[in-house]
Design a protein around this ligand. Structure first.
Ligand code: UD1
Length: 418
């Protein structure tokens, strides 16, 4: 696997543009199989999870091409309803193809999904919802077989506002006669993006962004051209990189309303943050202050996906920050690597106590998952000396050209190919 080498201690200065959202584009890509048409997805990030989705599309018989952040998908000749195990293993969000394939073909065969190992990540909520809609589900040889002669419109209550389950139900129900209602739906902006894309294809979905989503079935969908929303987690990561190096950075192409929870913690930690319509400016304070208590919560709460980068920031704050990870039960893999860099962190179950140290020191570390990897990059930018970050492939799942973007801001970072 590739490595990043980072020589820490340089303040980041300058301006950068955030790419399209990974978590928004993946369900949008799954949606392109629904209409049996020619689709153009703009602002598509050039990241590994998108390549994995393209492989799935091609395996299903669709034509897909990504060029200059424009993804074209022709699903007219889709022939398959099965996703091979090696493709499903590459990322967890491949599970949302299940709802889309079911919608298009009336059946789907997929294996249990893979992805970053940040907890148990079961798919019981997805399964329960589909069963309620009349899908017959059986398991054999590591595959889940789903089939339905006819899906029925139901009122589906999610025990927990799962992002993936909400998306799967939306994708499964676009053609279902009547009104499918999801209560306690996830409220993440990426759900709104999926709603907007589906509606641009001719679907009738409303309520996304709130807890109740309604899908009125339509008979068919048409081709779509759609532009994906900016990546709020990538925006947050670069803002953390600015704050941790005490640099001043303008992050462009963001939706400040999507990142309010992160901005309020950045301010609490001593940075001045100014927002305009599509950009955020982060200017360092005299010191990095601790945050009192960072709890990850479903949107609009503090996102679990940005917990690790903020932990890197807290590790050099002048005081103690307490983290509670409420979404995934084992999302602290980055802690052992931050300790190697001199951080003072203790974890107990879902809680982490981070006592800020005066400085981190460069070390050889390895990414254990996508956002944990980004946290190590942030820490390395602030550390004294050189760090080597292994397993960069995890970071490539969600960040387009991280080393190039950070270099443009003045970081000393380069990729060493394996
Ligand atoms: C999505 C995001 C991921 C983010 C997460 C939470 C994508 C591609 N990924 O993941 O980056 O960290 O939302 O914001 O959009 N759960 C169950 N049963 C289920 C489904 C989920 O118990 O059937 C649990 C999970 O184990 C987890 C919690 O619910 O503890 C949240 O999961 P969910 O919202 O479904 O996350 P993902 O869709 O996997």
């Amino acid at each position: 696997m590739d490595k990043l080498t980072v020589t820490g201690g340089r303040r980041l200065e300058g301006q950068l543009r955030v790419h399209g959202s990974k978590n928004a584009v993946l369900p949008v890509i799954a949606a392109t199989v629904l209409n049996g048409g020619k689709n153009v997805i703009r602002n598509c990030p050039n990241i590994k999870d998108v390549y994995s989705s393209i492989e799935i599309l091609r395996y299903l018989g669709c034509e897909a091409e990504l060029k200059d952040n424009v993804l074209t998908v022709d699903s007219t000749q889709m022939t398959g309803d099965t996703i091979a195990e090696e493709l499903m293993r590459k990322m967890r969000s491949s599970i949302i193809f299940m709802g889309a394939i079911l919608s298009r073909c009336g059946k789907a065969k997929i294996s249990m999904p893979g992805g970053c190992e940040i907890g148990l990540r079961p798919i019981d909520l997805h399964m329960r919802a589909l069963k309620q809609m009349g899908v017959k589900i059986s398991e054999s040889h590591g595959y889940i077989h789903c089939s339905a002669d006819k899906l029925s419109a139901e009122e589906i209550h999610l025990e927990f506002p799962s992002v993936g389950a909400t998306e799967n139900i939306m994708l499964a129900s676009v053609f279902v006669k009547g009104s499918t209602i999801i209560t306690n739906a996830a409220r993440e902006p990426e759900i709104v993006d999926l709603q907007d894309c589906l509606n641009a294809m001719g679907a009738r979905v409303s309520g996304a962004g709130g807890s109740v989503i309604r899908i009125d079935g339509v008979e068919k969908l048409h081709d779509v051209q759609y532009t994906v929303m900016p990546d709020r987690i990538v925006a947050g990561t670069y803002l953390v990189c600015a704050a941790i190096t005490k640099g001043s950075v303008i992050v462009d192409g963001v939706r400040p309303d999507h990142i309010e929870a992160m901005l309020s913690v950045l301010r609490e930690m001593g940075s001045s943050v100014y927002v305009s319509t599509n950009s955020v400016v982060c200017i360092p304070g005299k010191t990095i202050k601790p945050a009192d208590y960072i709890r990850t919560m479903p949107y609009p709460g503090f996102p679990t996906d940005i917990q690790a980068p903020f932990m890197a920031l807290a590790s050099v704050a002048q005081g103690t920050t307490i983290f509670a990870e409420n979404i995934f039960e084992s999302r602290y893999k980055h802690v052992q690597e931050l300790l190697r860099m001199g951080a003072d962190i203790k974890t107990d179950g879902r809680v982490a106590v981070v006592r800020g140290v005066n400085k981190l020191t460069g070390a050889n570390v390895a990414a254990g998952d996508l956002r944990g990897g980004a946290a190590l990059v942030a820490a390395a930018l602030a550390a004294e000396g050189v760090s080597e970050i292994g397993n960069v492939e995890y970071i490539d799942r969600g960040y387009e050209n991280i080393e190039k973007n950070l270099s443009l801001l003045g970081a000393k970072i380069k990729r060493v190919k394996s």
